[in-house]
Design a binder for this molecule. Structure first.
Ligand code: ADP
Ligand code: NI
Length: 223
């Protein structure tokens, strides 16, 4: 008697790590494998205090940025599709694949301009982990790296932060990187989903406020 063995969760995770590393080989530094690794670890840390599917949290964290629309001409369908194809090849079940697709589709800040299709605890966790990586010292480094990648100014006192009301306005703006703190980064702490996420976000938020204060002091050449 022989029953086809389902791949163990550990095997799927290992295969996913290999796949994502390969996929992100040439990624911009703020969205590279190390971003994924930090989000993966943080997602596991947050999940430890929640009741959630460990497999879906880990796969969602690992696969959430495999084809960011920012780097694919705005196409938001590639990421979920690639993830589905990959996971189907790993014999993951339809429930798992659907849950991971949902995370990839709804995790983005851009997505917060539209209601999430359906919220799950696994989406809440991975979204918090991803948002935390946009905050604090790493968040500052990533913001300026992304701004440099886009050849944006560090700061321009004449260009005031905007309030975007649509996803398109947010995506298409070319503002200096300091504006990004007001347009997104300082807003994140009030958008956290989990208690662990909120607590860590408060800390990183304070650090960014200190950074910004010091930035203006130096900008104005104060002693
Ligand atoms: P999301 O996937 O939630 O929409 P992003 O991909 O926009 O988030 O952000 C990922 C990283 O890139 C974050 O660290 C973010 O601060 C940075 N980033 C995104 N847009 C900008 C921008 N306009 N200026 C500077 N950094 C940015
Ligand atoms: Ni991310």
């Amino acid at each position: 008697h022989y029953t086809k063995q389902m791949p163990a969760q550990k095997d799927i995770i290992d295969q996913t790590v290999d796949f994502v590393q390969q996929q992100l080989k040439n990624a911009e530094a703020g969205h590279d494998w190390f971003h994924i690794e930090r989000v993966w670890k943080m997602a596991k840390h947050i999940a430890a205090k929640e009741t959630a599917s460990q497999l879906i949290v880990e796969l969602g964290a690992l696969l959430h940025d495999i084809a960011d629309s920012k780097f694919h001409n705005g196409d938001e369908t590639i990421g979920p599709r690639l993830a589905r194809e990959f996971l189907a090849g790993q014999q993951a079940g339809e429930a798992t694949i659907g849950a991971v697709e949902n995370i990839i589709r709804n995790i983005s800040f851009k997505g917060s301009y539209q209601p999430a299709q359906y919220r799950t605890i696994e989406l809440d966790i991975v979204q918090d982990a991803d948002r935390l990586d946009a905050l604090g010292a790493i968040g500052i480094a990533r913001a300026f790296n992304y701004g440099g990648f886009k050849n944006r100014k560090l700061y321009d006192p004449a260009i005031k932060p905007a309030q975007y009301t649509t996803k398109e306005q947010y995506k298409n703006n070319d503002a200096p990187t300091i504006n990004h703190f007001y347009e997104k980064l300082f807003l994140l702490k009030d958008k956290m989903n989990t208690e662990t996420g909120k607590r860590i976000a408060e800390d990183r938020h304070r650090f960014m406020q200190q950074f910004i204060e010091q930035f203006y002091r130096e900008w104005n050449s104060l002693d």
